[in-house]
Every structure is written in structure tokens, then in C-alpha cells.
Design a protein around this ligand. Structure first.
Ligand code: CMP
Length: 235
């Protein structure tokens, strides 16, 4: 891990894209930018460790990270993925308890961190950040509720379908015949998101492909309109 002084111009641009800071004025953004430190982590590095004391909030500038828990046999459960403009590590700052999950870099990652004192001072001065943080926590709880509901109510194929539909909504591009995902998660990652094995995800994807519902080519996947319509009808 390396620590360096932040580059303020780029940082202010990035902060403007972060949902919880979107309402801040120039002064608020400058205040935040001045308090942040740059940190870089290589792919697979552990950024946050479960049960450790947590003293900072992280914002992703480059690369992706995943929040994970490990089951008894070492099976990985992915709780969430964080892309540029997203944040993690807020829970320990808010409830003063140890980290609730591990967060691991999926690729070489550049992050900005904000320590507890700066976070608290900023929240005290900028009510809009506190309210936006509550909205984001509600959004995450809704998503977690949906995952819990899906685990109980849907079979694995439907869960894999939902993951693909959510990704299409978040980062898909309109293409001929459907929505294109350029950088889909690996089969192992999808398995860890829906609570099943890699083999089952592989089977579901090839069955969907055989039925003409999607086309896979390397990390690219085209979700055909018929597939997206079916998933929407089912929800
Ligand atoms: P914290 O507990 O400080 O450290 C681990 C972080 O992972 C946590 O803060 C959140 O930012 C993130 N995290 C844990 N559980 C979830 C979840 N269910 N959805 C999204 N993010 C989570």
C-alpha cells in the first residue's frame, strides 16, 4: 500500500460523481478533497479485514473492489462490488464496531481514504452528506432484502438472470439485439453473488445461450431483449 498527497483537481471531479457528495457546493468539495489521502492497492490485496477496527472510509477512483464473507469451507460470498465513484467502509465509522466484511481489490485499484475525525467533522458541517448517506444505506438495505428474498424464493437460474439484469441496468450499453455488458463478472464471481457453485452458473449461462437468450464472447455478454423482457415480467 502506498500513501501520497491527493491530486485535488481530479479528486474534486471524482467526488462530484459520488452519490453521497453530489449535493455539496464547491466549498464542501474542496473541504473534503483536502482531507483525503490517495492509496493504491494491487489486484487481490486486502483493503479491509473482517473484525478489524475500522478508522476510514474509502472511495474508489480506479479499479474495482468486492465486499466478501468466507463460509466455513472457504466458500466466498460476495455482498457487493464497488466501482469508481462508489464508497465503502462507512459502517464501522457510523456504529463504532469492527469491520462487517472483508473488502478485496479485484484489479489494481486507486482509492481515496477519509479518516474518522475528518468524516465526523465533514458530516457535522454538511447535513446534505449525512442525509445522502442515509439514502444510500437504505438503498443498500433494499438490495440486501432483495437478495435474501431471492435466495428463498427463486431458483438458481432466476438468480443468475437477476444478477445479469441488474448489471445491464447499471452498466449495460444498448446494442443491436439487446444490452451489451463489456466486462461481465467471472462465473466464479456470479456464483459467489447468488450462493451457488461455478459449475451451476456455467450450466445456467450455456442453457440461456442455447435458448437464444444471450450471447457470450469472452468477458462480453449480450443480453437479448427477449431475455430482459422475461426477467422483467417475472419480477
Ligand atoms: P465496514 O463494516 O466499515 O467495512 C466493510 C464494508 O463493506 C462495510 O463497512 C460496507 O461499506 C461494505 N458492506 C458490508 N456489507 C455490505 C452490503 N450488504 N452491501 C454493501 N456494502 C456492504
Amino acid at each position: 500500500m502506498s500513501l501520497a498527497a491527493p491530486h485535488h483537481t481530479n479528486l474534486a471531479e471524482l467526488l462530484r460523481r459520488v452519490a453521497i457528495f453530489a449535493e455539496l457546493d464547491e466549498e464542501g468539495l474542496r473541504d473534503l478533497a483536502a482531507r483525503m489521502q490517495t492509496r493504491t492497492f494491487p489486484a487481490q490485496a486486502v483493503i479491509v479485514t473482517l473484525e478489524e477496527p475500522g478508522e476510514s472510509l474509502f472511495i474508489v477512483a480506479e479499479g474495482r473492489a468486492k465486499a466478501v464473507l468466507y463460509g466455513e469451507s472457504g466458500r466466498e460470498i460476495i455482498l457487493s462490488m464497488f466501482r469508481p465513484g462508489e464508497f465503502f467502509g462507512e459502517m464501522s465509522l457510523l456504529d463504532h464496531r469492527p469491520r462487517s466484511a472483508n473488502v478485496i481489490a479485484l484489479e489494481d485499484a486507486k482509492l481515496y481514504s477519509l479518516d474518522r475525525r475528518s468524516f465526523e467533522q465533514h458530516l457535522a458541517r454538511h447535513r446534505q452528506t449525512a442525509l445522502a448517506m442515509l439514502a444510500e444505506l437504505s438503498r443498500r438495505l433494499r438490495k440486501a432484502d432483495e437478495v435474501i428474498g431471492n435466495l428463498a424464493l427463486l431458483d438458481v437460474y432466476a438468480r443468475v438472470g437477476r444478477i445479469l439484469r441488474d448489471l445491464a441496468k447499471e452498466q449495460g450499453e444498448q446494442a443491436e439485439g439487446g444490452v451489451l455488458l463489456r466486462n461481465r463478472p467471472t462465473q466464479q464471481e456470479m456464483a459467489s453473488m447468488v450462493g451457488t457453485s461455478r459449475e451451476t452458473v456455467s450450466r445456467a449461462l450455456s442453457d440461456f445461450a442455447k435458448r437464444g437468450l444471450l450471447d457470450i464472447s469472452g468477458r462480453k455478454i449480450l443480453l437479448r431483449w427477449a431475455f430482459l423482457r422475461q426477467l422483467d415480467d417475472a419480477s
